[in-house]
Design a protein around this ligand. Structure first.
Ligand code: DNO
Length: 348
């Protein structure tokens, strides 16, 4: 296992120098800030990003994410052109030495919370999700009322997109995902890159949009779409752990035995009711995810890929990007390495 931390680039309040000082963290998970899936990253900008990371004495272990265009997810005619942009970005990051690329296939929105700073008893704040609160969010004016999304979509753009999606159900989304994988997996394999889909977060439909990467059978179906070692997953314990039915250690054993876990997101959540949870500090004691059992399963399948502590709480008055402050993630990195050391000593 290689411990890494996500870095949001030169504008991140968390610097590479900060990251370098967390014991055991040897690499970063990072992407270019440009989030226009139809336009490929340029070779120069990828190389400049790689050089910054290398100069700080760190490895660029994972790209998270090369964004997948909505046209590809929708299966619309423009997907042919947009997938070309994806290949181009992929080629550049592969040449820059990155070996794992994370992406997601969630319609319209990426991860979703209804509260970015829920106060906790100890004075920290956490990200939280409440399905009732989500249902009350009014999208008729765009994303203005959606926590974390600000003005990402104005009223007309969002309404148009949602109406296009109203014709696309879960099975069609699976077909569109298969179309994407059939094209990108061979390219990734040739470039020596492993692709790692991020599960849907939370793992159920939101705003009536389909979400398909949600549980054990979905992940098994996913790896079977293109049965190739380059077609794998980002195993996110926080996303999958938000659904009580997901047996995370069993899922890790099954996917890990087939060498399909290419990247780990380690995060704990406290489930408070059906489709209701908030994020907590990483240790098992605070949440619904048994982190020790997760790490044991990873050790048993000889996981040797990159891992990052996922979202942290906002502690010690740090502020900054919700979920991505330095302090709680650094504590998480230390806890996870301690667990790893413990579980590995018991594996032959
Ligand atoms: C949230 C992240 C996601 C993730 C993307 C991967 O904190 O885990 O935004 O990066 O879903 O494409």
């Amino acid at each position: 296992m290689r411990m890494t931390l996500r870095w949001y680039g030169p504008d991140d309040a968390v610097s590479l120098a900060n990251i370098r000082q967390i014991p055991g963290v040897t690499g970063v998970v990072s992407a270019l800030a440009m989030n226009t899936p139809a336009v490929p990253w340029t070779r120069d900008s990828v190389d400049a990003h790689a050089a910054r990371i290398a100069q700080a004495g760190l490895r660029w272990d994972v790209v998270e994410s090369i964004p997948v265009s909505e046209e590809v997810k929708l299966g619309a005619p423009l997907r042919e052109r947009h997938i070309e942009a994806w290949y181009t970005s992929l080629q550049h990051v592969a040449r820059a030495g990155v070996t794992v690329v994370c992406y997601n296939f969630m319609p319209v929105f990426d991860w979703m919370r209804t509260d970015l700073a829920r106060p906790m008893a100890d004075g920290s704040t956490s990200l939280a999700y409440d399905d009732e609160a989500l249902r009350r969010i009014d999208l008729s004016q765009g994303t203005a009322g959606l926590p974390g999304w600000g003005a990402a979509y104005d009223r007309d753009t969002l309404q148009e997109l949602l109406s296009r999606w109203s014709a696309v159900g879960a099975e069609q989304l699976w077909e569109n995902l298969a179309w994407f994988l059939e094209r990108v997996v061979p390219v990734a394999s040739e470039l020596g890159v492993r692709l790692a889909i991020h599960p849907d977060d939370p793992p159920w439909p939101v705003f009536g949009l389909p979400r398909i990467i949600t549980d054990a059978s979905a992940l098994e179906r996913f790896v079977g779409l293109v049965d190739h070692p380059a077609n794998g997953v980002t195993f996110c314990t926080g996303s999958l752990g938000a659904a009580a039915d997901n047996d995370l250690p069993a899922m890790i054993r099954s996917l890990g035995a087939r060498q399909r876990i290419h990247f780990m997101h380690a995060r704990n959540v406290k489930r408070t009711a059906a489709r209701n949870f908030h994020e907590v500090a990483h240790p098992s004691a605070f949440g619904s995810v048994d982190m020790r059992a997760v790490m044991q399963a990873l050790a048993d399948v000889h996981f040797d890929g990159p891992m990052r502590p996922d979202h942290g709480r906002d502690i010690w008055g740090e502020g900054g990007r919700p979920g991505y402050g330095l302090y709680d993630r650094a504590l998480g990195a230390m806890y996870l390495q301690g667990l790893w050391e413990g579980v590995r000593s018991a594996v032959n």
